[in-house]
Design a protein around this ligand. Sequence first.
Ligand code: SF4
Length: 244
Amino acid sequence: MRSRNLFDPASKEPFKLSRSRIERFLKCPCCFYLDRRLGVDQVSGPAFTLNSATDTLLKKEFDVCRAEGKKHPIMAKNNINAVPFQHRDLNEWRENFKGVQYHHKPTNFIVTGAVDDVWVDPNGKLIVVDYKSTSTAKVISLDDEWKQAYKRQMEIYQWLLRRNGFDVSNTGYFVYVNADTGQDAFDGKLVFDEQLIEYIGDDSWVEDAITEAHLCLMRDTIPQSTATCDWCNYRNESLVFFKN
Ligand code: SF4
């Protein structure tokens, strides 16, 4: 059980709440409460090191274009009228545990979210960009149920940048890289297709979600768990099994 980074309803200190924890709250207030209030987090899985590697390399590529004030080839190919954004805080915005931050006074939360990239159009409007890696023979889209979280992720970044005073476009982009398993051999490398997927965001839900998350943490009772979650079902069925 963790004893740090716990929400204390009596504290006057601002409490950091990351984008991923807001997502956790939306999926299951019980899990969110157990983690942020009682220090019992979900069991973490192995790190997605291949995804991190593609993110790192994409950042390097886009940073070369940023330094030169030029479009990346995938932007040119898709007729995007923008270039990678230059800002002194960009590296901080991209850093986990820092990210873009906003002090939401009504809840006293410091809301954070680490963006992958930001582009800017000729009118100075910012465009939020997220890198994603996959390996699939299917046409990539944002239609799967589990990808609704990707959309919310982008919308929180848009909200955060707006709260920091920037003019932000509702249009964001996912730079998707897809490892091609149709190659004849591995030959010590993965070959990726690159695809740009446009998404029109709507951050109007974010404020309410933050307020609800705060109300959840202020309570002294643990919320109901989500009935469809495999983890809790597994735990409950195991308990029944061991009791018998
Ligand atoms: S149902 Fe249980 S394991 Fe699943 S997210 Fe909620 S508290 Fe966590």
